[in-house]
Design a protein around this ligand. Structure first.
Ligand SMILES: Nc1ncnc2c1ncn2[C@@H]1O[C@H](COP(=O)(O)OP(=O)(O)O)[C@@H](O)[C@H]1O
Ligand SMILES: [Mg+2]
Length: 221
């Protein structure tokens, strides 16, 4: 029996170009992709292949020049609900503690929730409750990235988009951070799409979508 997983996020005939005339740069060229509920996929390819641009398109941060983006069966809104983002650098707010970085995100997502205890729970999920009162400058690269993951999870995302989440980390720390993201996905069930140039990261996920020069050249699905 074939199990049909509902499509959560998709793009249809998406192109993204920058500039005009001879100076035009094509970041994505007629890309079709669909990601199902609960799926764990890598966008894999070398630098400049269009991974970040595709994540931005799926997350509503960049509007495609051509084509359309779908979110839960409807056209993607400009400020979609339910999509979390982990940036390449952790991008934490530097003058706020780890706890506050998570709590601000939680309060934006749901001001009526029990922000304090839920934020601490999220820090515990990434193993950092002891660092709740630390500023980003007092955290290691791996710890900062774990706070950034907790902050993204505070949105209660149905789709988590991660852009080279282990790109700045040494290989042991990178493996731990990736394992943590996968464990969170197993516990919470969101759809996970990770952009990476790292074959080991891609191998740790269930599906690999390979990008070259702004186009999908292979999809292991
Ligand atoms: N805002 C922009 N203006 C001009 N070119 C861009 C812009 N964003 C991305 N590009 C170009 O688009 C291509 C794909 O970029 P990107 O999506 O960042 O690739 P990746 O994340 O795989 O390294 C690259 O050639 C990059 O230089
Ligand atoms: Mg990139």
């Amino acid at each position: 029996m074939t199990v049909v997983v509902p499509v959560l996020s998709a793009c249809h005939g998406v192109s993204v170009t920058h500039g005009v005339g001879d100076a035009t740069v094509v970041s994505l060229d007629d890309v079709d992709a669909a990601f199902g509920a609960g799926e764990r996929a890598a966008l894999w390819g070398p630098s400049g292949s269009g991974k970040t641009t595709l994540l931005h398109v799926l997350g509503g941060l960049v509007r495609p020049t051509k084509g359309s983006v779908e979110w839960k069966g409807a056209p993607l809104a400009s400020r979609p609900q339910g999509i979390g983002y982990v940036f390449q650098g952790s991008n934490l707010l530097p003058s706020f503690t780890a706890f506050e970085n998570v709590a601000i995100s939680r309060s934006i997502a749901d001001p009526q929730s029990d922000i304090g205890s839920e934020s601490l729970e999220l820090l515990a999920l990434v193993g950092l409750e002891r660092k709740a009162d630390s500023l980003p400058s007092e955290l290691s690269g791996g710890e900062s990235q774990r706070v950034a993951i907790a902050r993204a999870l505070a949105q209660r995302p149905e789709l988590l988009l991660c852009d080279e989440p282990t790109g700045h980390l040494d290989s042991d720390t990178a493996a731990r951070v990736l394992a943590l993201i996968v464990a969170a996905q197993e516990q919470l069930g969101f759809t996970l799409v990770i952009a990476t140039h790292d074959a080991d990261v891609a191998a740790g996920l269930d599906r690999c979508v390979e990008l070259r020069d702004g186009a999908i050249v292979e999809d292991s699905q």
